[in-house]
Design a protein around this ligand. Structure first.
Ligand SMILES: [Zn+2]
Length: 141
């Protein structure tokens, strides 16, 4: 058997295994990433995200990097104060949980093996998701 054919076969076997493992992986991922619901409070023209700091802590992300994602997605200025994030505006309440989900997809979950055990690596202007489970490096959006 040629080497190329052999590695193709190994690859197919691997793919089959990944497909089988996938539903389970999702459950594990959800079990391990116990994220709370974002608790927010509007006061005047500001929105306080009260349990903000829990999110970067659980996700092992830099709080400023995490906040900047929301700032740019919502196009609202924001700052961190005593573990809370204060947004200078009143975005829709549901946009916080929707953006948390999107952040997970774009900057936490490894696109290759779906593991949440990743960290970000910045190379010049590019941000990579580096997976600690499978070693894959994927471009973050
Ligand atoms: Zn991975």
């Amino acid at each position: 058997m040629s080497e190329a054919k052999q590695s193709k076969e190994q690859y197919d076997k691997l793919l089959a295994r990944i497909r089988l493992a996938r539903p389970e992986t999702t459950t594990i991922m959800e079990d391990r990433l116990k994220l709370p619901e974002p608790r927010t409070m509007v006061s005047g023209k500001k929105t306080y995200w009260i349990n903000f700091i829990e999110f970067p802590n659980i996700l092992r992300r830099d709080p400023t990097e995490f906040l900047n994602y929301f700032r740019s997605q919502l196009a609202i200025n924001a700052s961190i104060e005593n573990g809370r994030a204060i947004f200078m505006g009143r975005p829709d309440k549901h946009s916080f949980s929707a953006l948390v989900d999107r952040y997970l997809k774009e900057r936490v979950i490894c696109p290759v093996c779906k593991s949440p055990d990743t960290h970000l690596e910045k190379v010049k202007q590019l941000v990579n998701i580096v997976c600690e489970a499978c070693g894959a490096r994927s471009a973050a959006k």
